[in-house]
Design a protein. Structure first.
Length: 312
């Protein structure tokens, strides 16, 4: 699921695009921001559908092996147990899931080789072989084999990675969230509880956080830039990475407007993001500048945290 760090990244990407754009259509970029989150859910449904298709492929594989010119005993007795996985069957007939897949037009007509290769890789594992010969078909066993597939087989597949990168531009960033949604579904979905994984723990609050962070950073751009400029007078502007400036503006926005988020959390989050999205020296630079700005904000009484343990 998406966490606050991931939501900050989504806002960061959209702010970067907004500041670079010739036409500053805020509503258009807000729509793009929400669409980037919707793409995470689509990627999750794509991986879920792919898993179901791999399970179904066991039937095709068994038929192909049995129809060989000279099939072996093993070919004639190829297991189709994966296609009968109870959890797979429940998911495959779950109306919410089938409706979403149909609406998003998720299919693998052009990616059959991905399904075939994933199944072959899966079949080669000791875990799959043990699953096929195990007489116990309880739900825990059904879940465990799908968890193994999600954790161990998918990440090692080059074809899977290529397919997801072709379909989703932000796959490298969204991958961990999608996999966590997959695992949550596998662990919790059942006969009595049938619900797809939510995009976040509390989407209404998280949506407001993401949109407000985007809007307020733009709305107060001039003020935030003044804070940064006052602390970087001895720096050549051309030496300051553009991404660093956006990260600092977002951090200032969060410090001043999100009263429930601890100061240290905000500072650490944006320093951490700089490691991934900016230069090797950015973390030290951003830390130093934000520390100075923080002192000014506190002296001006512009940081007001509320809640237990947040009031300084």
């Amino acid at each position: 699921m998406l966490n606050r760090r991931h939501l900050r990244i989504k806002a960061l990407q959209t702010l970067y695009a907004f500041y670079q754009a010739e036409t500053k259509d805020i509503q258009g970029f807000e729509k793009s921001l929400l669409q980037s989150v919707a793409k995470v859910n689509e990627a999750y449904l794509t991986v879920l559908t792919l898993t179901i298709e791999v399970a179904k492929y066991s039937i095709i594989d068994a038929q192909e092996r049995a129809s060989k010119y000279i099939p072996t005993e093993e070919d004639l007795n190829a297991s189709v147990r994966l296609s009968e996985n109870k959890l797979v069957k429940l998911l495959d007939t779950f109306p919410t899931y089938t409706d979403e897949v149909k609406k998003l037009k998720i299919d693998f007509a052009n990616d059959q080789e991905v399904i075939r290769t994933l199944f072959k890789d899966f079949c080669a594992t000791p875990e799959y072989k043990a699953y096929c010969i195990d007489a116990d078909h309880n739900m825990n066993a059904e879940r465990d084999i799908l968890i193994f597939f999600t954790k161990k087989v998918l990440p090692q597949s080059v074809l899977f990675e290529q397919m997801m990168e072709d379909r989703f531009i932000n796959w490298p960033i969204d991958k961990d969230s999608v996999i966590s949604m997959m695992l949550k579904t596998i662990k919790e979905f059942g006969e009595t509880k049938q619900k797809l994984a939510p995009i976040s723990a509390n989407w209404l609050d998280d949506r407001d956080f993401m949109i407000d962070l985007f809007r307020l950073t733009i709305r107060n751009n001039g003020e935030y830039q003044d804070y940064i400029s006052s602390k970087t007078q001895n720096w050549d502007p051309e030496r300051i990475a553009y991404m660093d400036t956006i990260l600092m503006k977002m951090a200032i926005c969060e410090l001043m407007n999100f009263n429930e988020i601890p100061v240290k959390v905000t500072i650490n989050e944006y320093i951490d993001l700089s490691k991934e999205f900016s230069t090797p020296k950015s973390k030290v630079f951003i830390n130093g500048i934000l520390d100075k700005i923080l002192l000014d904000l506190k002296s001006q009484n512009k940081i007001r945290k509320v809640g237990r343990g947040l009031v300084e």
